[in-house]
Design a binder for this molecule. Structure first.
Ligand code: HPA
Length: 282
């Protein structure tokens, strides 16, 4: 299913509905998309208010365990932020433009940067579950593109330049945050596969040869949609498991368990990142 020609009007409608439902929340400076099992960041928010996606017009709801389906506003390190606690994925049958739609709404709410997070399989031989990787680039192997269909020029250009999709300035802030809280941070290329099945060992060998360090089923569409609207993007993978062929078995419960164990470091890293926004606008 293609996006409507008036995608901008839908984005506006969702953003206005959110403002009407929560008229007292401060305009958020940063937006987060919290991936599989990583929704616990919202527990660190002060003065939080949440809205189930079902109450927001045009939001798809996620059916995946570990994806709450709530929009949460609050203060993180005293900075107003908003988080999508859970996302819908193309493998659930949601159109690519639609799975990126909530991220577009966050951009419309005026955030200065969008921070995408995910659980991902580690492809590098020396990676260990629980490690973190800042995404510096991606390979879109999903077979689809969220910008396919009519382009609404009021949102962004028809032919989008992806040369600097993951903002180098935000990456530098992430490096500083990692250093400050002594959390080791890798950097690498994220390959997006369509899912929902995990990859075969042969596919992982192929991805390694092509230069990917981590693999997952999300993030790329949201990154492209935000970039399309001119919002700077940072992205962080929690390596939840070794990719197929590198470990005996793969399961969603392992992904969820590792994410939960990585909670403290994940929160420290993102809080450190948010801290760099104190006073300073991007
Ligand atoms: N492959 C694809 N998606 C994933 C993985 C994986 O190994 N782990 C978490 N999400």
């Amino acid at each position: 299913m293609l996006p409507p020609a008036s995608l901008s009007a839908l984005v506006d409608a969702s953003a206005s509905a959110i403002k009407n439902l929560l008229p007292h929340v401060a305009p958020p400076r940063l937006g987060f998309v919290l991936g599989s099992g990583l929704g616990f960041l919202v527990e660190r928010f002060e003065n939080s208010f949440s809205l189930p996606y079902a109450q927001i017009p045009h939001f798809a709801t996620s059916s995946v365990q570990g994806h709450e389906g709530k929009l949460v506003f609050g203060l993180l390190c005293k900075i107003p932020v908003v988080a999508l606690q859970g996302r819908s994925h193309a493998y659930e049958g949601v159109a690519p433009w639609h799975s990126a739609f909530p991220s577009r709404v966050l951009c419309r709410l005026g955030i200065e940067a969008l921070v995408l997070t995910n659980a991902a399989g580690g492809i590098e031989a020396d990676m260990r579950p629980g490690e973190f990787m800042a995404i510096v680039d991606h390979i879109n192997f999903s077979g689809a593109n969220p910008l396919t269909g009519p382009n609404d020029p009021s949102l962004g250009p028809r032919f989008l330049d992806l040369s600097r999709l993951y903002c180098p300035h935000l990456l530098e802030r992430m490096r500083k945050a990692a250093k400050a809280c002594a959390v080791p941070l890798r950097e690498g290329v994220y390959a997006m596969m369509a899912g929902p099945a995990y990859e075969t060992p042969a596919e992982i060998r192929m991805l390694r040869m092509l230069g990917a360090q981590a693999v997952g089923m999300s993030t790329v569409y949201e990154a492209m949609a935000a970039h399309h609207m001119g919002t700077p993007v940072a992205a962080l993978s929690c390596i939840s498991n070794l990719a197929a062929g590198l470990a005996p078995l793969l399961s969603h419960s392992e992904v969820m368990q590792t994410s939960a164990q990585a909670a403290a470091q994940f929160c420290a890293l993102l809080e450190g990142f948010v801290h760099t926004f104190k006073g300073a606008h991007l």
